[in-house]
Ligand binder design. Structure first.
Ligand code: ZN
Length: 678
């Protein structure tokens, strides 16, 4: 629940060349753009400072990146039970194709494979809708039949015809496994979702299974269902646990093998201890051990190199139990971390002065550690599409008692910024030159600040009343949690405190973020939605919820308006100060809903403001955006790390290279890091 993604408007609004607080470093020639297909642009990112790490730190990073890359297949399989077989088959066709590469079928096929790589499966990474292949079933069948059967992922004793009969509808029939995560109210969310987290069970059975396990008086509950698949076998509902000797064992063994090597290069005993705990958790599958690991990890705030590796975020499960596998390896950006350290050091002030009811405030805001990091590798659910901020661990009781770690991944935001120049976005969507100039000047700075406030303070603020369970808001929990964190950030962006702390130097800078936020939430984020569809993804729901709410509540005083100019719709903010007050009011209400576990009120907010799309406005936004040639989604290829070993097999140096292409990287990962498809 604690990831921040880059808002679509920001990428482009930065186009006119902002001078952010850390853009002094000169940009040598570096090609950030890799390639463009479908609705996606693939970029690459730099890892500045890697060369300054000690040899020991480089070795640590190296083995952690190896541990990261070995988990790729886990996520692909979690996203859908046929994903690995489909990926292998498509790659075999791609690598053995002899026909005309300019044919419509081949072009459609290549696009589809690139989409499958990007989404780690056959469903769009963001909308979770199944991709529509732009090549014929006949083309696919013919190409599969040309392949040597040894190149196909056939099951024991399976014929090629039987294999095709199984896979073809999954790829080509739009009604089969149509959506990875279905959130449609009133439907059985488990039965109708195509992810691979459940088999043979209904939503009611899943809810009953965990209700029976949970003890309402348990103040330190484990994250039920986080590391398993729930299946009905022989009439009995049971968890297939992800662990060594359990589900995904072959991949987890390779992860653990590399974690053990990494442990030898740990920077200190605290880090050695949490790597050890993570190994124990992967070995036993015990979720109590995962909590022990999470505590050790959260409390290690001194190590420079850090990482996450495990089953973490639960967006992929409509009921929010199961964690998608992911890994990010990183090291601290000391200079930029100063900003977030100042915010964290003042966490208590922010909590005390927030507009929420005192009953819902945390008495003792502690351990909100925050830093700016440089990502060294992205993997699993964080690759190729990646968050720009992370705040973990997710368990509320651990966050309350032991604190949490919050990070902004600045080499990723830097890459977005650098790649976005000259798109024409501001000219098309921003209402006037004055606002556009303000955004040029301050948006990069205040957008980073928004992320910092959201991650360092927003998610960590407030408390649940006694007896209210973590998942009381059920399917709306993620949306409302993001709403709360965003409102906390928006409210404080306009506060004099940030100027007093030396974090901002202009009292109007926040207006750049306010304008961008409303433009995005009311209009431009709709470029990610297909015509006729409603909003499903929780971050998008959160943004629209906030924006439509302030638009409606501020209407009598015209705080914010949608106005027409030359037949085009524009967001017009008439009263920035009043807008801030509205953000504060909604923050107080959303905090109340969260603290009291008021499911009915939360559901109503989401249904009234977050889901429905204005069809005419949507059409207009799509049309205007189409003229700009901006990809709605972006993702990254990783750098390539090469280790040099001495004669006795000890690592002596690690070098980093940025030249690998997209297909090249995907095929290499499938060849070298694919223990589940062998
Ligand atoms: Zn968040």
């Amino acid at each position: 629940m604690k990831k921040t993604f880059l808002a679509v408007a920001m990428v482009a609004a930065l186009a006119a060349g902002t001078t952010g607080c850390k853009s002094q470093q000169t940009q040598e020639e570096f090609n950030y753009k890799v390639e463009r297909f479908a609705d996606v642009e693939v970029l690459r990112y730099k890892v500045p400072g890697f060369e300054n790490l000690t040899p020991k730190q480089k070795a640590l990073v190296y083995y952690l990146t190896e541990a990261a890359l070995y988990g790729r297949d886990i996520l692909t399989d979690q996203n859908g039970r046929y994903n690995l077989a489909i990926r292998s088959t498509l790659e075999a066709i791609y690598q053995n194709y002899q026909g005309d590469k300019n044919s419509a079928d081949y072009k459609g096929f290549e696009k589809y494979l690139k989409q499958v790589w990007f989404a780690n499966g056959i469903h769009h990474h963001y909308s979770t809708d199944k991709f529509k292949p732009e090549f014929s079933q006949e083309f696919f069948t013919a190409e599969v039949k040309k392949l040597d059967a040894s190149k196909l992922p056939l099951a024991e004793g399976q014929t090629v015809d039987a294999f095709l009969a199984e896979l073809t509808p999954v790829i080509f029939d739009p009604t089969v496994m149509a959506k990875r995560v279905n959130q449609t109210d009133g439907e059985d969310l488990i039965v109708t979702s195509a992810n691979n987290y459940y088999e043979g069970v209904t939503q009611a059975e899943v809810e009953a299974f965990y209700a029976a396990m949970k003890n309402p008086n348990d103040t330190t509950p484990i994250s039920y269902g986080l590391n398993s698949r729930l299946v009905k076998k022989d009439g009995k509902i049971q968890e297939e646990v992800y662990k060594i000797g359990g589900r995904y064992s072959a991949a987890i063994e390779k992860i653990v093998e590399n974690l053990k090597k990494a442990q030898e290069f740990a920077e200190n005993d605290a880090q050695k201890a949490h790597i050890g705990k993570l190994i124990e958790y992967y070995t036993t599958g015990n979720l109590k051990t995962f909590d022990e690991y999470s505590i050790l990890w959260a409390e290690d705030v001194v190590s420079s190199v850090d990482f996450i590796n495990g089953f973490i975020e639960s967006y992929g499960d409509p009921l929010g139990y199961r964690g998608a596998w992911e890994s990010i390896v990183n090291f601290k950006n000391e200079e930029a971390s100063h900003r977030t350290e100042v915010i964290s050091a003042n966490a208590k002030w922010f909590e005390e002065n927030s507009p929420t009811d005192p009953r819902f405030k945390k008495e003792d805001v502690k351990g909100v550690s925050a830093k700016v990091i440089t990502a060294a590798i992205l993997a699993g659910d964080a690759y190729p599409a990646t968050p720009i901020g992370i705040n973990l661990p997710n368990a509320n009781w651990i966050r309350a008692a032991h604190g949490s770690k919050s990070v902004t991944i600045e080499n990723i935001t830097e890459a977005y910024d650098q790649a976005s120049h000259g798109s024409g976005f501001n000219e098309e969507f921003v209402i006037d030159k004055e606002t556009s100039d303000l955004m040029d000047k301050y948006l990069f700075q205040v957008d980073n600040m928004h992320t910092d406030l959201h991650e360092c303070l927003g998610h960590g603020s407030g408390k649940l009343l006694p007896g209210v369970h973590d998942d009381a808001l059920k399917e709306h929990g993620s949306t409302l949690e993001e709403t709360r964190a965003d409102l906390f950030a928006l409210y404080y962006l306009a506060d004099q405190k940030l100027i007093d702390l030396g974090l901002l130097d202009n009292k109007d800078a926040y207006k750049a973020e306010y304008y961008k936020y409303l433009l995005n939430g009311l209009m431009t984020q709709l470029v990610r939605i297909e015509p006729g569809k409603n909003i499903e993804e929780s971050h998008m729901r959160n943004r629209q919820l906030i924006c439509k709410w302030v638009l409606e509540k501020g209407a009598p005083e015209k705080v914010v308006e949608l106005v027409k100019k030359d037949g085009k719709t524009f967001v017009k903010i008439n009263d920035y100060e009043k807008l801030r007050t509205l953000f504060g009011q909604l923050l107080a209400e959303v905090q109340r809903i969260k603290s009291e576990g008021d499911y009915a009120a939360g559901k109503k907010l989401v249904e009234d403001y977050a889901v429905k799309v204005d069809q005419d406005l949507h059409k207009e936004v799509l049309k205007r955006n189409a003229g700009l040639n901006i990809a709605p989604y972006k993702g990254f290829v990783n750098p390539v790390y090469t280790a040099k070993f001495d004669k006795s097999g000890n690592i002596v140096d690690v070098t980093v290279d940025y030249t690998e292409g997209y297909a090249e990287q995907m095929l290499r990962y499938s060849k070298d890091y694919s223990p589940l498809t062998k």
